[in-house]
Design a protein around this ligand. Structure first.
Ligand SMILES: [Zn+2]
Length: 367
């Protein structure tokens, strides 16, 4: 089915043109034009399809993958997305989430957890904002004229909904086209209109360099195909003086692995993790690579030099495990070990500001 045949969920959006001016061809990095059913690069002429309000900028490499398996998967995805978009026009966000799990059945307890994350996107985003607000000067970044934020790996666009009320425009980006349909429905339900929806890989973002004031990348890095490339892209598109807020689970967490709810999974050698999860749950463990403190620190340092720091913001509520960890942090002899085994890490990074522009987080890689 051709992209133009897809139903549009919302009427024409009135997001600022400035956000669309930042879009670049992920292959040749040139500007282009947004048309009715695609975005077309002015230089290489490549056309990127538009499904409802979502433009699909996913490219694996400069060469097309013409294998039968790839073509079949692409066709299946288009048909699935077409069904979801047609459904989205008539059902609620919650019903659309149910449909998503009908398309992607998994174990009941995993589905329950993921569904809860999607359905509680707004409540979760409030908690993220509470923690983010302690580490990043959101208001200051948002108050600039034509301020732009990016939610990299937006899922159902919960954080996007919150940022859209503060920034002039928000770019919501995710590699999962099926989830982008949920993101569009969620934005429509919230009534936010200053959002640009892009389906793209984080390793090759269709965005200009030095483009955005703030990036939220929450629990996404662990899913990237190339983690150093994702971090490098985040730095490239950040404007000088802009800030990145990134969270990711800790491989050596003393608690459950958050994607499959198994204890101590991260302590196994990586090559055994998939086999172990298949043995315990009967599902594959792919597309997840939680980092240790030292791995994350090394990657951040490679891209941001000294312009990043680990933070440990307060939460609005604590689990029993977090309360124990917090009390142990007061015992100096244990504090270092506990910090290596916390559930996850919060990192704030910045691109050095040009003279008199913005400010940087404390220049230190320390926990
Ligand atoms: Zn191009």
């Amino acid at each position: 089915m051709k992209p133009e045949a897809f139903a549009s969920i919302s009427p024409a959006t009135d997001f600022p043109q400035s956000a669309w001016d930042l879009i670049r061809c992920p292959i040749c990095h040139s500007t282009g034009k947004l048309k009715q059913s695609s975005w077309r690069c002015s230089d290489c002429g490549r056309s990127y399809p538009k499904y409802s309000e979502i433009v699909d900028f996913r490219v694996v490499s400069g060469r097309e993958d013409l294998s039968f398996a790839h073509l079949q998967a692409t066709r299946d995805e288009k048909e699935r997305v077409s069904r979801a978009l047609n459904l989205a026009a008539t059902v609620s966000f919650a019903e659309l989430v149910d449909n998503y799990f009908r398309e992607f059945p998994t174990r009941p307890e995993i589905e329950r957890g993921e569904k809860q994350t999607l359905l509680q996107a707004d409540e979760n985003a409030q908690e993220i904002l509470f923690q983010m607000g302690q580490t990043v000067p959101i208001a200051e970044l948002a108050d600039r004229p034509q301020s732009i934020a990016l939610e990299a790996g937006c899922g159902a666009a919960g954080v996007t909904g919150i940022l859209a009320k503060r920034f002039s425009a928000v770019i919501a980006l995710d590699a999962d086209l099926d989830r982008m349909v949920l993101a569009e429905k969620h934005c429509a339900q919230l009534g936010v209109r200053n959002v640009v929806l892009l389906c793209a890989f984080g390793e090759s973002m269709p965005l200009a360099s030095d483009a955005v004031d703030f990036i939220a990348c929450v629990e996404v890095l662990e899913h990237a195909t190339s983690q150093p490339e994702l971090i490098s892209e985040l730095r490239r598109i950040l404007r000088p003086g802009g800030q990145l807020y990134l969270t990711t689970p800790n491989r050596f967490s003393a608690g459950l692995e958050p994607h499959v709810n198994l204890w101590a999974l991260g302590w196994l050698p990586r090559r055994l993790m998939d086999a172990y999860v298949r043995f315990r749950l009967g599902i594959p463990y792919v597309g997840k690579r939680n980092l240790s403190y030292w791995e994350l620190r090394r990657m951040m340092k490679m891209c941001f030099g000294a312009d990043f720091c680990f933070r440990r913001p307060r939460r609005s509520r604590y689990t029993a495990q977090a309360r124990v960890a917090n009390s142990l942090l007061h015992i100096p002899a244990l504090a270092y070990l506990v910090r290596l085994m916390v559930a996850g890490y919060h990192v704030v990074a910045s691109k050095p500001a040009r003279l008199g522009e913005g400010h940087s987080p404390q220049r230190s890689g320390a926990l």
